[in-house]
Ligand binder design. Structure first.
Ligand SMILES: [Ca+2]
Ligand SMILES: [Ca+2]
Length: 324
């Protein structure tokens, strides 16, 4: 009898479904590979090809898998930041508490983001951070690294979004062939919401974005990030959080300063960075804001004198584009 009960329990355990996912959205259970949506209508909205873009911001779970592939023996380029919601283990590996797995990774620099992209391009290899893993592929990071380095390779299979790719996925509505002011398919400023104790948006609605610093669910200093997609406010193409949660690195370069110094690569007299989009859990930029050129873009420094100085922030993360 006992044996039967034990067997039944064991079988029950073996057949148990995975623990419930943290989001109320249709997110797969902790997907390791970025889930993508297709952005079609080639020729419309300034993009003349079909591409795919990740439905969500890259998550801690996905980024930890990257760290476990290329940053266990040595983290040459500082891909890990101890302010991330990712933990280090005694054996040099990385893990993420369940509550943080589907939160967007933050405290990533532009270079961390493009190295992740290179790793995807190279089919997620394991090994030291070199040209076969993180330093080449979609973007070449060998040699002198300055703002104008890191052009997308014409053969790139994955990339950071460029300006038009980000915009089309966020704002374009193929049904009406027109453009919304905000990525949650509104022309009015998105609503904000508090979060549940596990960091899901508490009052999801089709105009809600995680902004306004209302989603302070664990009072941590690791950013008021919420479960990706839990606002339940997709763009017309089905991406989530292109407004709010974490602001997102793109590959666009912006320089503010005297052009002469900019062409001379003088980092003191010319401020150059990569454009970061969509605003964060702190604030979503106004639709017709004047941060840069009337768009919801913010220049963020993407370089430093050495890898350790690459700028990052709790408000910054990224999503990726897939190209065929
Ligand atoms: Ca870093
Ligand atoms: Ca975002």
């Amino acid at each position: 009898m006992n044996l039967i009960i034990v067997s039944a329990l064991f079988l029950g355990y073996a057949a148990a479904p995975p623990p419930p996912q943290l989001t109320v959205d249709a997110l797969e259970f902790y997907p390791l590979s970025p889930e993508v949506v297709e952005i079609g209508q080639a020729g419309q909205a300034s993009v003349d090809y079909t591409y795919e873009i990740s439905k969500y911001e890259i998550t801690n779970h996905q980024y930890a898998q990257f760290l476990n592939a290329v940053a266990t023996i040595e983290d040459t380029h500082g891909l890990y930041d101890d302010r991330m919601r990712i933990n280090t283990n005694v054996y040099g590996s990385y893990s993420v508490r369940r509550v943080n797995r589907n939160k967007p990774v933050n405290f990533v620099s532009w270079f961390d983001a493009v190295r992740y992209v290179n790793w995807l391009h190279n089919d997620r290899p394991e090994g030291l951070q070199d040209a076969t893993t993180t330093e080449a592929g979609a973007y070449s990071l060998t040699g002198d690294i300055f703002y104008y380095n890191g052009e997308r390779s014409p053969d790139a299979r994955w990339a950071l979004p460029n300006h038009d790719e980000y915009n089309k996925a966020a704002f374009y509505d193929p049904a009406t062939q027109s453009t919304w002011s905000y990525a949650v398919q509104t022309d009015g400023y998105p609503s904000a919401s508090t979060a549940t104790s596990s960091g899901d948006i508490e009052f999801p609605a089709d105009d809600v974005a995680n902004h306004g610093s209302e989603a302070n669910w664990d009072f941590s200093t690791n950013g008021k990030v919420t479960t990706v997609g839990s606002c339940q406010s997709p763009s017309a193409y089905g991406t989530f959080d292109q407004n709010g949660n974490v602001a997102e690195w793109t590959e666009e370069v912006v320089c503010i300063g005297d052009e002469e110094y900019c062409t001379d690569s003088d980092e003191v007299l010319c401020f150059c960075g990569r454009i970061i989009r969509g605003g964060s859990y702190a604030a979503v930029p106004p639709a017709n804001g004047d941060i840069v050129g009337g768009l919801d873009v913010e220049p963020a420094p993407a370089y430093g004198l050495d890898d350790g100085e690459h700028a990052s922030s709790g408000q910054w993360g990224f999503r990726v584009v897939k190209l065929d």
